[in-house]
Design a protein around this ligand. Sequence first.
Ligand SMILES: Cc1cc2nc3c(=O)[nH]c(=O)nc-3n(C[C@H](O)[C@H](O)[C@H](O)COP(=O)(O)OP(=O)(O)OC[C@H]3O[C@@H](n4cnc5c(N)ncnc54)[C@H](O)[C@@H]3O)c2cc1C
Ligand code: SF4
Length: 493
Amino acid sequence: MGRVVFAGETAIMEDVLQRAQQTRVAPCSAGCPVNTDTRRYVEAIARGDYEAALEVLLDANPFTSVCGRICHHPCEAACRRSKVDAPVGLRALKRFAVENARDYREARRCPVAPTFSERVAVVGSGPAGMAAAHDLAKQGYRVTVFEKADTPGGMLGAAIPRYRLPYEAVKEDLDDIVALGVELRTEVTIGVDLTLEDLRQQGFDAILLSTGLSESHTLNCPGIDSEGIFLAMPFLRAVRMGAPPEVGRRVIVVGGGNVAMDVARSVRRLGVTEVACICLESREEMPASPWEIEEALEEGVQIAPSWGVRTVFAEGGRVRGLELRRCTRVFDEAGRFSPTFDDSDVCTRLADTVILAIGQRADLTCIAGSSVQEERTGRLQYSPATLATSERGVFACGEVARGPGSAVEASVRRMSDLCSHLPVRRGEGRQDGHHARGDVPGLRAVRCRVSRRRRCPAAVRHQPDARGAGRSAQATARRRGAAPARRLLLLPL
Ligand SMILES: Cc1cc2nc3c(=O)[nH]c(=O)nc-3n(C[C@H](O)[C@H](O)[C@H](O)COP(=O)(O)OP(=O)(O)OC[C@H]3O[C@@H](n4cnc5c(N)ncnc54)[C@H](O)[C@@H]3O)c2cc1C
Ligand code: SF4
């Protein structure tokens, strides 16, 4: 039977195939944001060598358990097998390898002796910050991660529902990183408990901001302050902690993206039978992944596309429903968000709870009192090529810099590639959007192959008597471009 091709998939495929040709890597690897060497791990699984498969996976991505469960798997969209019937189930194979090499994974954990005296503070323990911490620690730097929440992991631990991503999977990946020697300090809010200046005073030579997009946008319409209206992020956090707020019998989720689907499906799991998602986009334009929409529909969530909220109507201060108007267009000719409505086509939907899932924004508390600049988008101004912000020695990565995306995109690490390539001295990075060698998928794939040779078991490399271990770790660090990193990223502020 032919495979369903989702909207936009053909264009993505063409782009990936073009890149694959240019870089001479397999389309599936070119399609993966971290260029996982897909062929090698599939081949290792076929041989029954799950440990080798795990090594290939971890070389590309420290968030391997997480991605085995929730990656949006663009590798599969690029898989050539789709031309025959259906793509190889690469994400499922990844999870299979991870789950079959757990003991080996625990045994291979080992600290990396720091080879440089410079210290890096990473702010935020989501996939972006922790992947960066992983790379910097492996290069021999001393890394401390500051996290405002009591649990590390960013959105992976705080918002993505447990039925899709149990915390054990997040912890497995984080444990690998912490085992390298990364210090993790939770319940410290940078900008409140400590400022960037305090971090410098404490001896950190570089600061990497990876604070994500953790706040929900709200709507600006009459009645929005009524009781019974919630924002998606606090709602999902509460559900994840096992303490959801009380919801009514009829729930409307406003939004058509993946977060809206997660909210709606979480509400269904709370036992609510009438759950509807309303969104501005038409069904074809909805930003949620097609499989998320399908699964939500299968679970009984209603989807009402092409509607916008005009008014919240309330009784005694409590929401009773929404007045909706037809949305005739979401984006203008230039592709900018600019919705238009037909005010003659209106309807009313009753609801005793409304949850707004219309996008996330950054909380930039961390830059309080500093000279780090903000974009008009509300995210941090930074150079995608060098990660440098407008303040010397302060860098940014992940969603707070590059905008909303996926976990694997957030964990794309360019530390060594960027640092070896670009004139980032004392944080004076280029703001010209110039792209680094690290953006070329083929080169990252080559780096993965090189680091594969370093494979633990490193009882030898990480002996407490560290003369030999230190030398070997330093050699390792140099092979991976750590010397340029030291020179470029970590000069004193
Ligand atoms: C509901 C939901 C579902 C998702 N589903 C998927 C999915 O299925 N697949 C997928 O690939 N991606 C998914 N994503 C996206 C994915 O979670 C993000 O792309 C990723 O977490 C972004 O990583 P990040 O490190 O940039 O930021 P975050 O994960 O947001 O991490 C930022 C961290 O910084 C901390 N922080 C913020 N300010 C401070 C401060 N001042 N001081 C100290 N710490 C601070 C925050 O507490 C947080 O822990 C989902 C996201 C959400 C919200
Ligand atoms: S990280 Fe995602 S895109 Fe890359 S190989 Fe794994 S499932 Fe595919």
